[in-house]
Ligand binder design. Sequence first.
Ligand code: GAL
Length: 665
Amino acid sequence: MRTTSATGKNGRSGLAGVTRGRLLFGGDYNPEQWPEETWHEDVRLMKEACVNSVTLGVFSWSRLEPRPGERDFGWLDRLMDLMHGNGIGVVLATPTASPPPWMGRLHPDTLPRDRDGRTEWWGGRQHFSHSSATYRRYAAALTEDLAARYGGHPALTMWHINNEYCTYDWGDEAAVTFRRWLRDRYGTLDALNTAWGTAFWSQGYGDWQEVLPPRRAHHLNNPTQVLDFKRYTSDLLLECYAVERDIVRRYSPDVPVTTNFMPMWAGQDAWRWAREEDVVSVDLYPDPRDPFGAQEGALVQDMTRSQARGPWMLMEQAAGAVNWRDVNRPKPRGLNRLWSLQAVARGADAVCYFQWRQSRQGAEKFHSGMVGHAGERGRTHQEVRRLGAELARIGPAVAGRHSACEVAVLHEWNAWWAGTQDGRPSREVDPAQLVRAWHRALWEAHLTTDFAHPEHDLSGYRLVVVPQLYLLTDAAADNLVAYVRGGGTLVCGFLTGIADEDDRVRPGGMDARLRDLFGIRVLHEWWPLDAGEHIGCDGFRGTLWSEEIEAGDAVAHARYRGGELDGLPAVLRRGRAWYVSTLPEPAALRELLADVAAGAGVRPVLDGLPAQVEAVRRGDLLFVLNHGRDPVGVALPGTYRDLLGDRTVTGRLELPRHGAAVLAP
Ligand code: GAL
């Protein structure tokens, strides 16, 4: 993959300037819940657990500004000094994700409305409208004071803006900012009417005041209006982020800035956002009970590394159980370590948690912490300590190293948004699930993948796969064609290149450039399948979708068998361009992609890996991770030094259940 130098944009250091050859280890620290004696106890435990980074202030607004305009910084001064005195760096958050109750009471305009016009009240969190001028004014003022006070503090290592930006607003002030955003995009109402196709269903707009966020309608909102609302929401939140980022940069130009993404979150166009950050960070909570939990982790890690174009920060994970699923199981012994090392294998230079000490009150008192209710003797904390010591040991050998991938999966937010509209051919088709299915096939084939935007330069990859990109810009379609012309191998799933940027169906029902590329003469009809339904194909079964295609100069690699589509091509190939018109069952998709990858010269990291074992290269280090419940032996092509076990291994590596090795040549 492409990499960035240690010094990021505008001379700021990025993550490398913070890690300085170590891995960061720590987490969200919410000490305002505890008496000050506990802070000293915390510091002792942190040092014993090799914690070198804490995130302070994420939800501290009502403590910092108890009444409008007042400031209470004394407690934070003491904490910053305490951390510095003990060699622990501080990622300082702007607390703007959860305004104090006084704000909603005095300024109801700061509260967002849902699409039914209902208010989101205080009493939880994230009850702010991205469009509210009042909210923005208060947020900027507090950010300014925080930055002025702590921008030069020696404990400060990074700024963390807000937390998991994820709010929507359909209210009146949002209607104003939506119109402003639309004017910027389209210039005139005529252009908006054209883009939205308002000639249909009598929706033509004659005055900007008529244009609204897509509020509850009797039947099916205009799809391009909905698409633009999602683009606008991502952009408005980004505006809020950028305002705070620019303030803190004025006071501390060398301190990198981040905001934490949610994993596979539809609300923020992460490609766009990542460009605005000095450090890309993500929160990651796979379900310990999910048999594909490790793959879900790998997917998010691959995506984050690709957005960061280098090392990234795991801002939050759980040491044990979360409290927001229906049933919340802790991580079994060894799993926290294994999944943390997986993140490091896939490029993380920081392994952090929500949160340091488990709360005794509030909405997350049953969410695990690095120090749980069982205290320092609890298993979870004991495992955290061991992990901290291990990360400290391997850090200098690992931090800053890059991973090279030969395969890229394409994923893009506009396509995701447009591909989940109401009124589409099948509600069973979910772009995010398709990304998961295709990534899983590659993961199970032991092929490490990057993610890429369809307009990125793809020429460095031997293989590019497209699970589904329903909406494709002209530039992206040209890019795919150029990639194949330039010698790349492309495998593309169904419902790709159907619509243009305005969600207007392309003539012929699919982009003509792609039809030519794959050798499709006519795409007659789509034949979506029911949940659980299968369609026979040569050598495998398809699910979810099938298509009535007339091939041109393509070769039918597999045909449909039986039913309406009997004998028609299911998987087409024209040179190095492959088109897959159904979702093959998992084993078949895995085999197909592994074969095509082999043909493109892409090999797994190690040959003959057992199914539950993941092997990933980072620099010249080889991470080998046993996700299985049983011990396993892995054949190695030579002699290595295992940095975790401090042992030499030759020819064969034995790993216990959930065991891991970090092998140096
Ligand atoms: C994250 C959030 C944290 C905490 C955590 C619990 O979404 O940023 O504050 O709520 O989830 O899993």
